[in-house]
Ligand binder design. Structure first.
Ligand code: AMP
Length: 494
């Protein structure tokens, strides 16, 4: 889900329309503990969104909502939340926002009364023509209640001439571009649907009589549900009393699951599209050791996201693995702080050097990615101050040179270190003795392929290659952005 930009915002760069949110979704049908299990599922998906959480349940007649800002355990307490969410069906959402206002009106699931009945909807992804559609809808008289792109789907459903919820949903989704993994709930039906490229994950599970959808398998594990299969790209699965139906309502296009889910975003104990995230990270580390070997005394991960790749690097190279940096787990992720200043402090609050294992050592430092370069600069400095003799930085992703428009938070292009400097330039800025990134082909080898198949890569790797497979309509229409953002500002001031 993406939030519409606030006004005024610089209109000179198309990259300003950057995604600002990533999310996790969950939905369960025919479960006497629907709301509690949904909240637990969201807790397992907390890494996908820490800014807000919400659950909508349905008792067959009425919908019940509980939403709030902050972590799942803050929003849902024994005395607040679950007791007010009766029913055997529920959907939930965790939201990850990095800047701008965190208005409760944007917190999902969103609910609406349509001509065909009530619906609740939770969205992971980012629609790349949402601003354009929103502008058209506002011109036609639609009144938006949130600044979220997800509401565009609801407005399109509300205006659809189709009779059933399913057909209205298909109608709406046929008009949107970009990434969506959605769970939708009506009074008697639960629907899970993935965009035709399958950018973001969505899995199907079962738990006794209950059937469920979740962004990742770790959300099934927490309630001891069984993994059934991934929802296929472009597939819509409808669950109601009659059973489960699978439909393919959209034209077939190439599968493009986000490869960055494996590198950083998904939880290592999840299995996405048949590949273990942990295993993939380790294999990337092994590839990296083969591609960029170095003579060193110790392999040190930047915790936590660098750990599996560092283990792989250490195993392949034979260099001992040590936790030379210790992470304080009681701070949020680096990107959560919205300003550069607080982001800098965030890095120091989060990591500390384990001196004994760094002093006088030639260190191979392994992290998953360099985005702005903030984390790496601070960590390298910390390792040097702890007395490391040499610092060799190894990154388990290719250089992030392009923004993501399909649901991963990235800053605009000018702020990406790799868009401004080549590898030697970055090495100088970061102050390392050597710097190497996994190659794009190496990344695909870790995924079990011979290399990147240029015609049919099978993954979305646009942040590394600039190969954007879905249309980016909003970027081509800055006037639309201008009009919509003014409308947003006006609504905020009333
Ligand atoms: P930076 O400090 O801007 O270079 O960001 C790189 C660090 O942020 C890495 O250590 C990653 O673990 C983490 N990271 C990378 N991508 C993201 C993202 N989309 N959201 C939050 N954190 C990220």
């Amino acid at each position: 889900m993406v939030k519409f930009p606030a006004f005024p915002f610089p209109l000179n760069s198309p990259d300003d329309d950057k995604p600002q949110e990533e999310c996790g979704v969950f939905g369960i049908f025919s479960d006497p503990d629907a709301a509690a299990h949904t909240a637990l599922g969201l807790h397992a998906l907390q890494h996908r969104g820490q800014e807000a959480a919400g659950v909508v349940s349905c008792d067959g007649e009425n919908f019940h909502t509980h939403k709030g800002l902050g972590h799942v355990h803050r929003v849902f307490r024994p005395e607040a939340g679950i007791p007010g969410l009766p029913g055997t069906m529920a959907i939930g959402h965790v939201r990850y926002s990095t800047s701008g206002d965190t208005a409760l009106r944007n917190v999902q699931p969103l609910y609406a009364d349509l001509a065909c009945g009530g619906i609740a909807l939770a969205h992971n992804g980012n629609l790349t023509n949402a601003l354009t559609l929103r502008h058209q809808l506002v011109q036609q008289g639609c009144i938006f209640q949130s600044t979220s792109d997800t509401e565009v789907i609801i407005q399109l459903m509300a205006r659809s001439r189709k009779a059933s919820v399913e057909d209205r949903l298909i109608d709406a989704l046929s008009q949107v571009e970009g990434a969506f993994s959605l769970v939708v709930m009506t009074a008697d039906t639960l629907i899970g649907v993935r965009d035709p490229h399958g950018f973001r994950p969505l899995v199907l599970g079962s738990h006794g009589d209950a059937t469920l959808f979740a962004s990742e398998t770790c959300a099934l594990d927490i309630i001891s549900a069984e993994y059934v299969r991934d929802i296929e790209p472009g597939e819509m699965v409808v669950i109601n009393r009659a059973g489960l139906r699978s439909m393919r309502p959209f034209p077939t296009v190439g599968r493009r699951f986000c490869i960055f889910e494996y590198i950083y975003f998904a939880r290592p104990d999840s299995v996405c599209e048949g590949l273990s995230v942990y295993d993939m990270r380790k294999k990337i580390g092994m590839e990296l050791a083969r591609e960029a070997p170095v003579t060193a005394d110790v392999v040190v991960p930047v915790p936590d996201s660098g750990i599996p790749a560092a283990l792989g690097y250490a195993q392949e190279s034979g260099i001992p693995f040590e936790l030379g940096i210790i992470r304080n787990h009681y701070v949020g992720r680096t990107f959560i702080q919205p300003t550069q200043k607080t982001r800098d402090i965030g890095v120091r609050r989060k990591h500390n050097a384990n001196r004994l294992y760094l002093e006088g050592k030639r260190v191979v430092l392994v992290d998953d990615s360099i985005v702005r370069g903030t984390t790496s600069t601070k960590i390298v400095d910390m390792v040097r101050q702890a007395g490391a003799a040499e610092v060799h930085l190894r990154i388990s992703s290719p250089p992030t040179a392009h923004p993501c428009y399909f649901g991963i938070d990235t800053p605009e292009r000018e702020k990406l270190l790799a868009s401004r400097f080549d590898v030697p330039g970055m090495a100088r800025i970061l102050g390392v003795d050597s710097l190497a990134f996994i190659s794009v082909d190496g990344l695909y080898r870790a995924a079990g392929q011979p290399g990147r198949n240029e015609q049919n890569p099978g993954f979305c790797d646009a942040c590394f290659t600039g190969d954007y497979v879905s249309k980016l309509t909003d970027l081509a229409t800055p006037d639309t952005l201008r009009v919509v953002s003014r409308l947003n500002e006006h609504r905020r001031s009333i």
